[in-house]
Design a protein around this ligand. Structure first.
Ligand code: HEC
Ligand code: HEC
Length: 460
C-alpha cells in the first residue's frame, strides 16, 4: 500500500505543476490512489518517532508525580537512552496445555524443538491482521516467569479451585511455556491470565477472571516450598481475595479488582483511579480520537511489559501496537434479555441521579474527586498510581461485572443502591463484615425507584 501512496502522490505532484505525467510503471488511476489513514500515520509515528512517543506519554499522565508517571518520565520516549536501549524481545513460546502439565509433573518442561518466535516480523498488516497479531500477544507474550503458578499446576484440582482451569481445547488461557532469557524453558503468565474468563469452556478475552485467587496461589507456594516471603507482604496477599490483586510494588494497601476491558476507547481515562488521560472531549473528530487513544494504550502496554519483565527487555513496538488494537476491539458477551418491567422508570431516575457522572456511551465520564465518592480511598491516594480521583465505573455489561467498586467490595447491584450497605450491621461486604461506605448515590431513594434503576442497569 505504501508503494501505491508514493506513486499516487508523485503523479499528483506532476499534475500540479502543469506537466504531463510520465509514469515509469503502470499509472494508478486517480480514483484508486490510497492515502494513509490518520491511524496509519499515527502508527508510523508511534513506531518510528521517539519525540512523538515522549509527547504522547507526557500528555497522557494525569498525575506526573505518582510512581507510575515518574518511572516512565525517567526512562521512556528517548531516542537513545533509558528503556529504548533494552533488547526488543520476540520470545519462543507455546500455549500451556494439560498435556504439557502432565509431563511437567514427571519433571520435564521443554519447548518443542521447532518452536518459532511469537512474531514472524511481518508488519505489513491491515486492521484485522493487527488485531489477530494482538490476540496472540494477549494470550502468549510472557510478562514474566511465575514459579507459584507452576507449583499450583502440580495439583490440577486445587489449581482449578483457584481459577487456573484449562479451556475445552486443553489450553490454559494466560499461561505459556517460553524460552527465558537464560535459555531455560519456564511457565509464564500473559495478559489473559487476569483478563480472560472461561465461559462454558471457551476463553472470553476481556472478561475479568474474577475467580482467580492469585494471592492465595502465591501464599501456598511460599508455605509449601519454603521460599521465603516477607510477613507483611504475606498478610496483604491473604487479604486480596478472588479477582483482586495489588499489582504495584509499593507498600500501600490498595488491592484492586480486575476490570473488564470492554470498549475502552469510549472512556475518558484508563484505570480506576484515572491514571492515564484519554482524549475524551478534547478531540472532536472520532478517527483522530481513536488514533490518539490507541497510542496511549500502546504506550501503557509497552511500558507494562517492560516493568513486568524487570526492565530487562522491551516488546517489539509492533507487538505493543497490535496489542492495543486487539484490546481496543474487545466487546462484552451478549447478556440474557431481561423483563422490561421498570426499565423506563429506571432510565429516567438514572438520568436524574446518576448521569452527571456516568455519562457517554460507556456510562463513565471524567474522573471525579475521591472525596465526592467516599469509597475506600487508598487507591486514589496511592503513591504508586494515585490521582486523588476515581473514574466513574463504566457500566457496559455491568450486571456481569460483580462484585462492584474498584476494590470489589459489594456483591450485587441491589446492594450498591441499598442503604443497609452503609450500616454497621452489614455482613455481605467482600472485604470483611461491617459497612461499605461511600457512593451513597441513590441509596436515599424509595425502594421501588431503586429497583427500577437496577432493572435499567441490567440492560446496559
Ligand atoms: C495479575 C493480573 C493482571 C495481568 C497479568 C494483567 N492485568 Fe491488566 N489489569 C489488572 C488489574 C488488577 C487492573 C486494574 C488496575 C487499576 O484500575 O488500577 C488492570 C487494568 C488494565 C487496564 C485498564 C482497564 C481500565 O478499566 O481502565 C488495561 C487496558 C489492562 N489492564 C490491560 C492489560 C494487558 C494488555 C495485559 C498484558 C500485557 C494485562 N493487562 C495484564 C490485572 C492484570
Ligand atoms: C459523583 C459522581 C457519581 C454519581 C452521581 C454516581 N456515581 Fe456511580 N460511580 C462513580 C464512581 C467514581 C464510581 C467508582 C467508585 C469506586 O470504584 O470506588 C462509581 C461506581 C458505580 C458502580 C459500580 C460499577 C462497577 O463495575 O464496579 C455502579 C453500579 C454505579 N456507580 C451506579 C451508579 C448509580 C445507579 C448512580 C445513581 C443512583 C450513580 N452511580 C451515581 C461516580 C458516581
Amino acid at each position: 500500500m505504501r508503494a501505491i501512496v508514493a506513486l499516487g502522490s508523485a503523479v499528483l505532484a506532476l499534475v500540479a505543476c502543469g506537466r504531463e505525467p510520465t509514469p515509469v510503471s503502470d499509472p494508478v488511476p486517480e480514483d484508486q490512489v490510497v492515502l494513509p489513514s490518520p491511524e496509519d500515520r499515527t502508527r508510523e509515528s508511534y513506531l518510528a518517532d521517539a519525540k512523538f512517543r515522549r509527547a504522547a506519554l507526557e500528555d497522557s499522565l494525569a498525575n506526573p508525580d505518582n510512581g507510575y508517571s515518574r518511572d516512565r518520565l525517567a526512562a521512556y520516549g528517548f531516542a537513545d537512552a533509558g528503556w529504548e536501549l533494552l533488547p526488543a524481545w520476540n520470545p519462543r513460546v507455546v500455549p500451556l496445555t494439560t498435556e504439557i502439565t502432565r509431563r511437567m509433573r514427571s519433571g520435564e518442561l521443554a519447548l518443542p524443538p521447532a518452536t518459532n518466535p511469537l512474531w514472524d516480523g511481518n508488519a505489513n498488516l491491515d486492521l484485522d491482521g493487527w488485531r489477530e497479531l494482538g490476540r496472540r500477544v494477549f494470550f502468549e507474550y510472557p510478562l514474566r516467569a511465575d514459579d507459584s503458578i507452576a507449583h499450583a499446576l502440580l495439583d490440577p484440582e486445587r489449581a482449578a479451585a483457584r481459577g487456573l482451569r484449562a479451556a475445552s481445547d486443553g489450553s490454559y488461557p494466560g499461561l505459556v511455556v517460553f524460552e527465558d532469557l537464560d535459555g531455560v524453558a519456564r511457565i509464564g503468565i500473559t495478559c489473559a491470565l487476569c483478563h480472560t474468563a472461561l465461559v462454558e469452556g471457551r476463553p472470553w478475552p476481556g472478561r475479568a477472571r474474577r475467580d482467580l485467587e492469585y494471592g492465595r496461589v502465591r501464599l501456598e507456594y511460599h508455605a509449601e516450598t519454603g521460599v521465603p516471603l516477607e510477613p507483611e507482604l504475606a498478610a496483604r496477599m491473604a487479604r486480596w481475595g478472588p479477582g483482586r490483586a495489588d499489582i504495584t510494588g509499593d507498600d500501600d494497601e490498595d488491592p484492586v479488582a480486575i476490570p473488564d476491558l470492554w470498549r475502552l476507547l469510549e472512556l475518558s481515562a484508563l484505570t480506576q483511579a484515572g491514571t492515564l488521560r484519554l482524549a475524551g472531549e478534547r478531540i472532536a473528530d472520532s478517527s483522530e480520537r481513536r488514533s490518539h487513544d490507541l497510542v496511549v494504550l500502546a504506550i501503557r502496554q509497552e511500558t507494562q511489559i517492560i516493568q513486568a519483565g524487570g526492565d530487562r527487555i522491551r516488546p517489539p513496538r509492533e507487538l505493543a501496537w497490535a496489542l492495543a488494537e486487539f484490546v481496543a476491539s474487545l466487546e462484552p458477551p451478549a447478556l440474557p434479555l431481561h423483563d422490561a418491567a421498570g426499565v423506563r422508570e429506571g432510565r429516567e431516575a438514572f438520568a436524574k441521579h446518576c448521569r452527571r457522572c456516568h455519562d457517554g456511551p460507556a456510562g463513565s465520564g471524567p474522573p471525579v474527586l475521591a472525596q465526592s465518592v467516599g469509597t475506600d480511598r487508598a487507591l486514589a491516594d496511592s503513591r504508586a498510581r494515585g490521582t486523588g480521583r476515581f473514574r466513574p465505573a463504566p457500566l457496559v455489561a455491568v450486571e456481569a461485572a460483580a462484585p462492584y467498586f474498584h476494590d470489589g467490595s459489594v456483591p450485587t447491584l441491589a446492594d450498591v443502591l441499598d442503604p443497609r450497605r452503609l450500616a454497621p450491621e452489614y455482613r455481605d461486604g467482600l472485604r470483611g463484615a461491617g459497612p461499605v461506605p461511600g457512593h451513597s448515590f441513590g441509596t436515599e431513594l424509595p425502594p421501588a425507584e431503586r429497583a427500577a434503576i437496577v432493572a435499567y442497569l441490567r440492560t446496559l
